[in-house]
Design a protein around this ligand. Structure first.
Ligand code: S3P
Length: 198
């Protein structure tokens, strides 16, 4: 399989791909694997938020409150995109579960020309994953989890692509690559081995 070994190929335009989806949808796992396959940088917005605030996410919620968290999140989204375009380095950016549901976020990313992929396993899978994970202040119980998911659906549905991320991460990555949205900048497909699905 031909692979462009560098994310800094000078002649090609840096590309940015965002992964959106609810808590437990696999944004970090899939994003890490996808970036590794593409030899792109992987950035997890939650990490950037924690670095900027100097606090772990649960403490940001506890000490500063959700509105302050959302402000840092929005600022760090813009900062991450700005850094990627300055560094001319292609990047897979995993958003936080609520980032794409913030007012204006889908429009902002669309206007910036950044494709967004919505990772969308079944709610049963999301629940099962989140039950066993800690550090998610917005995961309280099943009823509020389902209500928040339903509330955010209209935002996620604005993504450019949707993939069921219930299965094996490698298969999810292969499916994303089949969308045919990743190019070398030379009118060639990049790591896309199959034709995009119609
Ligand atoms: C949040 C999801 C979390 C994190 C924060 C808020 C949300 O990200 O940003 O706890 O609003 O759904 P993950 O989806 O990566 O867990």
């Amino acid at each position: 399989m031909a692979q462009n070994p560098s994310s800094r190929t000078p002649a090609s335009r840096p590309q940015i791909l965002c992964l959106a989806g609810f808590m437990g949808s696999g944004k970090t796992t899939i994003g890490t694997l996808l970036a590794r396959q593409l030899a792109w940088r992987f950035v997890d917005l939650d990490d950037r938020i924690e670095e900027a605030a100097g606090l772990p996410i649960p403490e940001i919620f506890e000490r500063l409150g959700e509105p302050a968290f959302r402000q840092v999140e929005a600022d760090q989204l813009r900062a991450a995109l700005g850094r990627a375009s300055e560094s001319k380095e292609s990047m897979v950016l995993a958003l936080g579960g609520g980032t794409y549901a913030q007012a204006g976020a889908p429009e902002f990313l669309r206007a910036s020309g950044i494709p967004v992929i919505w990772l969308n396993p079944s709610i049963a899978v999301l629940l099962a994953r989140c039950m066993t994970m800690t550090g998610r202040p917005l995961f309280r119980d099943e009823a509020t989890f389902r209500a928040l998911y339903a509330q955010r659906l209209p935002s996620y549905q604005q993504a450019d692509h949707r993939v069921d991320s219930s299965g094996q991460p490698a298969q999810v990555v292969a499916e994303i690559l089949r969308f045919g949205i990743i190019s070398t900048g030379h009118n060639e497909t990049h790591l896309v081995v199959d034709k995009p699905q119609p």
